[in-house]
Design a protein around this ligand. Sequence first.
Ligand SMILES: [Ca+2]
Length: 317
Amino acid sequence: MHKVIFDTDPGIDDAMALLFLHQHPEIDLIGITTVFGNASVETTTRNALFLKREWNITAPVARGDGKAFDPMRNPVDWPVMIHGHDGLGNIDVPQTIDLPVDPRPAHRFIIDTVRENPGEVTLIAVGRMSNLAFALKEDPQIAALVKQVIIMGGAFDVPGNITPAAEANIHGDPEAADVVMTAPWNVTVVGLDVTMKTVMTRTLLDEIVRKGGARAKLLSDISQLYIDFYGRHVKDGMVVHDSCACIYLVAPELFTTRSGAIRVVAGGIADGQTIQKPDGRAFPPGNWDELPSQHACIGIDADAVLALLAETLARPA
Ligand SMILES: [Ca+2]
């Protein structure tokens, strides 16, 4: 079993990824930590609690601080066009959910849980990297105790989605992302190079609902606004960014990766750009030297990923 802490900003594609983690038989979801991004941290935390309640998820929810790693970073506007005013596709999520939140801030929950399970925890982060960076800042030793880190974010050989240079999760907190990429732990970055190729069609989503029942129906209801938005980029479907990161955990053979140190640009017109120095390429001494070699996903078997995703989402409750 893979023990997973899911760091997330639900968020529509986050909701799909959460249901995948919950329903996959080889994944033990042991914590959900929330971060701002698709909406404020108040909203993403409320949404995590809502999904926990609707889908009977036992994992505790710990709330992030709702601020970027660098306090000088200006807050960004929430992408209500994509994720809705409630962050879950305008389905009228209740204002409050009567479930407790873990008393610890998200980064402290991560530290404690990793220390209680040394060498066993995979961190899957599909929002801004703020919580992971704060955890490393408070307790750098956890880097050696985490099994692996899988991130949805970044764009290496393709354009960004919030600027030509940057992907939104990284762009929202570049300083945090650079801390996470350069820490001495094993990071795999699942970015736009592969996620933009992974489109769940309405037809496939309808099929999942037919087989999967009430849980899948809620997911489908949440996803309609997002599918409408993505109509301008892809044909009749939704890009399943965050689920790709979760699928990498159980089926890494469906991805092609490139190893090498990764840095994140902070400031200037390329703010939030992810840049890898591929292993084996020689350059004069520079800012990528002496850093851990991380893994950037540059290829994906999208059909197989979608098949595994659909099969898992449609599992009976
Ligand atoms: Ca997300």
